[in-house]
Design a protein around this ligand. Structure first.
Ligand SMILES: NC(=O)c1ccc[n+]([C@@H]2O[C@H](COP(=O)([O-])OP(=O)(O)OC[C@H]3O[C@@H](n4cnc5c(N)ncnc54)[C@H](OP(=O)(O)O)[C@@H]3O)[C@@H](O)[C@H]2O)c1
Length: 281
């Protein structure tokens, strides 16, 4: 049986969980395939992608910092990826054509499915690639009425709210993080990278002035499993959720695009085990 090859394109990739998740799924489902890291330093991005296009791959994930840069190399783009302006999954079609998808917005929504009717007012911190997927998720998958997008760079928050304006049912407000208007939100999401790596001790926002007793506080970061942002919220008695379930569910969507199959339940429960993440508390 031919071994199908999949990989994740990004830089750096040392902390990526994706090979573990996908290789486990291939093994559990007895699919003859292997998933590997394809770490590409920025200066080598263009020639390396040209080389990958000539090789025999079946699919890729794409992560920071290439989710937008990869778009010119794609032959087809699905509607959600087009709307979000970022691609995190590629399916290699017959004759080597590459088709791009974005599964992040579905991965973001799945862990909060049970809360969706209650999340009317949302605050998104950040306006990068992940914030775009999260905002589209909020617009398309929650019955939200108001969305505030707060970013260090105001212009990027304004651009993102501009992209969302075609949705007439939702009011969108851009602002800087220091200028978030007073109010209490049902959902507060950190999509910035503050809280990981060199900024592990930093907190992007003390959520307490912006929360009520039922506010859900969601951080896309999963390593560390509990950021300062989540810790403050949890210690105040708020419901919190880290980014591991989103990572696992966006991976499941990608896997389904490649193979037509969902992850086995035992794999989902293994990676969503409280040992791996801080569960919805
Ligand atoms: N769990 C998952 O499945 C999942 C999926 C996707 C992403 N993520 C995580 O989401 C995070 C963002 O990813 P991304 O692709 O959106 O990155 P990105 O496009 O580079 O955006 C980074 C965002 O963080 C903000 N930021 C960076 N440093 C900051 C600082 N010192 N102070 C305030 N704001 C700062 C940026 O603000 P400026 O615009 O002002 O620069 C921007 O809004 C990463 O931690 C990534 O791992 C998780």
């Amino acid at each position: 049986m031919t071994l199908r090859k999949y990989g994740i394109i990004g830089f750096p990739l040392s902390h990526s969980f994706s090979p573990k998740i996908h290789n486990q799924a291939f093994a559990d489902l007895k699919i003859s395939a292997h998933y590997e890291k394809i770490e590409i330093p920025p200066k080598q991005f263009n020639p390396k992608i040209e080389t990958l296009k000539k090789e025999s791959w079946s699919g890729f994930n794409v992560t920071v910092p290439y989710k937008t840069a990869i778009i010119p190399y794609l032959d087809k783009l699905d509607e959600a990826a087009k709307h979000i302006g970022a691609v995190n999954t590629i399916r290699v079609l017959d004759y080597g054509k590459w088709q791009g998808f974005n599964t992040d917005y579905k991965g973001f929504l799945k862990p909060i499915d049970a809360f969706k009717g209650a999340l009317k007012t949302c605050l998104v911190l950040g306006a990068g690639g992940a914030a775009r997927a999260v905002s589209i998720g909020i617009v398309s998958g929650l019955a939200a009425q108001e969305l505030t997008i707060a970013n260090r760079t105001l212009k990027k928050a304004e651009e993102l709210t501009g992209r969302l304006l075609s949705n007439q049912t939702l009011k969108c407000y851009p602002c800087q993080i220091e200028a978030i208007p007073a109010g209490q939100f049902d959902l507060i999401v950190n999509t910035t990278s503050v809280g990981m790596g060199a900024r592990e001790k930093q907190n992007i926002l003390d959520v307490r002035p912006f929360a009520h007793s039922k506010t859900l506080v969601y951080d896309l970061i999963y390593n560390p499993s509990e950021t300062q942002f989540l810790k403050t919220a949890r210690q105040t008695g708020l419901k919190t959720l880290n980014g591991l379930p989103m990572l696992v569910y966006q991976a499941e969507e990608a896997f389904s695009i490649w193979t037509g199959k969902r992850f086995p339940d035992k794999l989902l429960s293994f990676f969503l085990n409280p040992l791996y993440h801080h569960p919805l508390s």
